[in-house]
Design a protein around this ligand. Structure first.
Ligand code: ATP
Ligand code: MG
Length: 383
């Protein structure tokens, strides 16, 4: 019978958390496979899916489940020497070089790995006289994995999955999602470490178009291939930007904007029981992403950690991931982001906290935050 053998990340195999993680992973897999028919079984460090249809779709979805390392398309056979001999006896007239690799997850099996590999190799050679054994760089590899469920799995290779930790196993976080390239990648990277995401987007309608907001919702939808669903909190930043523009020195525009974004982010995160804030910042990429800028923005966040998974990445590296997760083409659509609307010619690159606070003191920050929060619109995006 056809089966899919699933390997989980090694972390699950450690300590008392194993069952919690494993159960979470199984429930995440079931969510991901919704609408498909299949049977899922756990067997000692592996999961097995059989009785399925629509193999391509199933595999495509499994490769996007965080916490899975790899999967193999396999043939499931009773784990007896006789059944394996019968199965390998079906290969006829193969050519080239080959080897058999046996892994014995069930040590009760009566032959050891070497003995079984040798026996199965002999059977293959009997029916394919032109085939030769090559243990180092064979053209054909027969892998046999014997599990404790009384089954053996025969396959020829692995399909890589995402790795990481089961979605939700690290808790929840609030992703600051712009329409750019970096923030969807940041969200993906943190989700991969087990963080269930909600997103916060600031728009500047009517300075920015409805399409700019739609683009962000499309990005959230793309992320859903991995994270299933994202609640997107959309907030109008227009009044805040107008107030800063009218009252503060232009070079502090972005710094103060970012401080207000962070305050709103923390307020929403706390309200929604989310344990961290995530941004797509990368050190030195733009004026607002120097250490000094980050110090001044970080300063208004009272309690929560701010995770910046792209901080040490080059743009090229970020773009590569954006392409892999299929957000790149959407991110480069030419709609204005709220940040670019009032963009000053010469933003401060190394803002000082005191000077920033002095500039900011010309605003009624709390009132601006309350006004902005009152515009909140929550949109639930699903895959
Ligand atoms: P990105 O490609 O993610 O837009 P960027 O290189 O354009 O990043 P900035 O505009 O400085 O950089 O933004 C830095 C981070 O701040 C973004 O990665 C995102 O997390 C957050 N951010 C920026 N603009 C917005 C917005 N309009 N709504 C929500 N978050 C935003
Ligand atoms: Mg941006």
């Amino acid at each position: 019978m056809k089966a899919i053998l699933i390997r989980m990340g090694e972390l699950f195999l450690k300590g008392g958390n194993r069952y919690i993680f494993e159960n979470m992973l199984v429930s995440n897999i079931r969510k991901k496979l919704e609408g498909l028919s299949y049977k899922l079984e756990k067997t000692q460090g592996r999961l097995v899916i059989n009785n399925y249809e629509n193999e391509d779709e199933l595999i495509e979805r499994l490769t996007k489940v965080f916490g899975l390392v790899s999967i193999s398309k396999a043939e499931e056979i009773d784990a007896t020497v006789e059944s394996l001999e019968e199965f390998f006896g079906r290969y006829k007239n193969l050519e080239g070089s080959f080897k058999v690799e046996v892994k014995r997850g069930d040590k009760r099996f009566k032959l050891d790995s070497m003995q079984l590999a040798k026996r199965l190799g002999e059977i293959i050679l009997e029916n394919s006289p032109k085939l030769v054994v090559d243990l180092y760089s064979p053209q054909i590899v027969f892998k046999v994995d014997i599990r404790q469920n009384g089954k053996a799995y025969v396959f020829d290779g692995n399909i890589s999955c995402c790795g990481g930790l089961p979605l939700g196993s690290a808790g929840g976080g609030l992703l600051l999602l712009s329409g750019g390239i970096d923030s969807p990648v940041a969200g993906f990277l943190m989700a991969k470490r087990g963080l269930k995401l909600e997103a916060l987007h600031f728009h500047s309608y009517p300075y920015t178009s409805p399409e700019a907001k739609q683009k962000v919702l499309t990005l959230a939808k793309k992320l859903c291939a991995y994270v299933d669903s994202v609640k997107v909190h959309c907030i109008s930043f227009t009044k805040v930007q107008e107030a800063i523009h009218a009252n503060c020195s232009p070079e502090f525009m972005i710094t103060i904007m970012r401080r207000i974004m962070m305050r709103i982010a923390e307020t929403i995160a706390k309200r929604e029981n989310l344990g961290c804030i995530v941004t797509g910042e990368s050190l030195g990429q733009v004026a607002s992403q120097t250490m000094q800028s980050m110090t001044v923005t970080q300063n208004v966040v009272d309690l929560l950690p701010v995770f910046r998974p792209c901080i040490a990445m080059d743009k090229e590296e970020i773009i590569k991931i954006a392409k892999d997760i299929d957000t790149f083409e959407t991110s480069i659509l030419p709609y204005e982001d709220c940040c670019t609307v009032f963009l000053p010619k010469n933003p401060v690159i190394k803002p000082k906290l005191e000077k920033t606070e002095a500039e900011e003191s010309r605003l009624n920050v709390q009132e601006l935050i309350d006004q902005a929060m009152a515009t909140e619109e929550v949109i639930e995006i699903k895959k």
